[in-house]
Write a protein that binds this ligand. Structure first.
Ligand SMILES: CC(C)(COP(=O)(O)OP(=O)(O)OC[C@H]1O[C@@H](n2cnc3c(N)ncnc32)[C@H](O)[C@@H]1OP(=O)(O)O)[C@@H](O)C(=O)NCCC(=O)NCCS
Length: 176
């Protein structure tokens, strides 16, 4: 299809109104995947939050999501990630609410299947703080006022008021 033809298909004719492609374009712009990608690279916290909320993420009052942080998993019910109030997420945190090996045949390998395909919602409770470049695995709950150190790979629940660090993340201290 030539470029002018593509545009006229998107625009539709003056007589018949907007074309099918026009609606498809809007639909695509509002998919969870597109909204989350835009949120990750948005320079403004408010815009990041708005786009994430539109994509089905639950974000409590006062929560800040750092630049470059990304949520894998497009579920709306239940939401891939639920953030409580006043949660602080540093830049470049990855929330792996769903993992899937794309076109790799590992998806059908009897032993690897269960390892590479995992989907479960993540919960981050009130006042938790997640350091830069941390990775949060499917199904994890980060407890209230817990701290996840920078670069931690969190595979298990983080108890409230505890500090976890390392790969895999372990409790290094608790807050009184
Ligand atoms: C978690 C954190 C707050 C801990 O700070 P701290 O109390 O000063 O930590 P300490 O220096 O007392 O370290 C305690 C132990 O944890 C280890 N540790 C601390 N941070 C670690 C990390 N990110 N990864 C791995 N181990 C870590 C230390 O090596 C130390 O181990 P040791 O006792 O064997 O020597 C801090 O290390 C951190 O990761 N902050 C996040 C910073 C960030 O991402 N900010 C984003 C800006 S919004």
């Amino acid at each position: 299809m030539s470029v002018p033809k593509l545009f006229s298909w998107i625009r539709g004719g003056l007589v018949q109104g907007p074309g099918y492609g026009y609606y498809m374009l809007f639909w695509w712009l509002y998919t969870e995947r597109t909204l989350r990608s835009k949120a990750a690279v948005s320079p403004y916290n408010r815009l990041r939050k708005l786009l994430l909320v539109k994509s089905g993420i639950v974000i409590g009052e006062g929560t800040e999501i750092g630049f470059g942080s990304f949520i894998l998993g497009i579920s709306r019910t239940p939401p891939s990630v639920t953030f409580g109030k006043r949660v602080a997420v540093a830049p470049y945190v990855v929330f792996v609410a769903s993992s899937y090996p794309d076109n790799s045949r590992l998806a059908y390998h009897p032993e690897a299947k269960g390892l590479v395909q995992k989907t479960a919602p993540i919960l981050v409770e009130d006042d938790a703080w997640i350091g830069a470049h941390a990775v949060i695995f499917p199904g994890v709950t980060v407890g209230a006022s817990a701290i996840v150190a920078a670069g931690a790979v969190v595979r298990q629940d983080v108890p409230p008021k505890s500090i976890v660090a390392g790969v895999p993340a372990k409790v290094i201290r608790t807050l009184d």
